[in-house]
Design a protein around this ligand. Structure first.
Ligand code: AMP
Ligand code: ZN
Length: 141
C-alpha cells in the first residue's frame, strides 16, 4: 500500500471500481475514462511502480490473468482485437505510478492505428549499433 496511490485505494476499497476480476494477487477493473467500451486495467494488488519492480512470481500471475482477460474483454465489447499495453514509466506517459496493463478493445475502423503510431520518426541505426544493443540486452538479463 502506498499513500496517495489511487489504485492502492481501489485495492483497499476506499475508492469504488467496476471490478471484473479479483484474487489475492491481481485486480482488474474498468478504466474510469475508457478509450473504448470495455477498456480494462489489470494490476498487481501490491504497489509496484513499474514492470521493472514486479517480482517474477507476481509477473507470472499478472500475465496469466491477462491471458484469460483479453478474450473475455474482447468478447464483452464485441471487438475482434485489442491493444494490450503498459505505459512503463513517466517518460512513456504513465500517469498512475502503480503498474497496470491496459486492455483496450479495438475495431478496424476505430481510428486508433497500431501502437507504432505513438512514435514519430524512427532511429537510423547501423549494424554495429544494432549488434551492441542486442549484446547489451542479452547481458542485462
Ligand atoms: P496511465 O496513463 O497508463 O497511467 O493510465 C492511467 C489510467 O487510469 C487512465 O486510463 C485513467 O483513465 C485510469 N484511471 C484513473 N483513475 C481511475 C479510477 N479511479 N478508476 C479507474 N480508472 C482510473
Ligand atoms: Zn499503488
Amino acid at each position: 500500500m502506498s499513500e496517495d496511490c489511487i489504485f492502492c485505494s481501489i485495492v483497499d476499497g476506499e475508492i469504488p471500481s467496476r471490478t471484473v476480476y479479483e484474487d489475492d494477487t491481481v485486480l482488474a477493473f474498468l478504466d474510469a475514462n475508457p478509450l473504448a467500451p470495455g477498456h480494462t486495467l489489470v494490476i498487481p494488488k501490491t504497489h509496484y511502480e513499474r514492470l521493472n519492480d514486479v517480482p517474477a512470481a507476481t509477473a507470472s500471475e499478472l500475465y496469466a490473468r491477462l491471458h484469460e482477460l483479453v478474450p473475455a474483454v474482447e468478447d464483452a465489447a464485441d471487438a475482434p482485437a485489442s491493444t494490450v499495453a503498459f505505459n512503463n514509466g513517466e517518460a512513456a506517459g504513465q500517469e498512475v505510478p502503480h503498474v497496470h496493463a491496459h486492455v483496450v478493445p479495438r475495431t478496424a475502423d476505430d481510428g486508433g492505428g497500431p501502437i507504432h503510431g505513438v512514435f514519430g520518426s524512427r532511429p537510423d541505426l547501423s549494424d554495429d549499433e544494432l549488434d551492441a544493443l542486442a549484446d547489451a540486452i542479452r547481458d542485462n538479463q
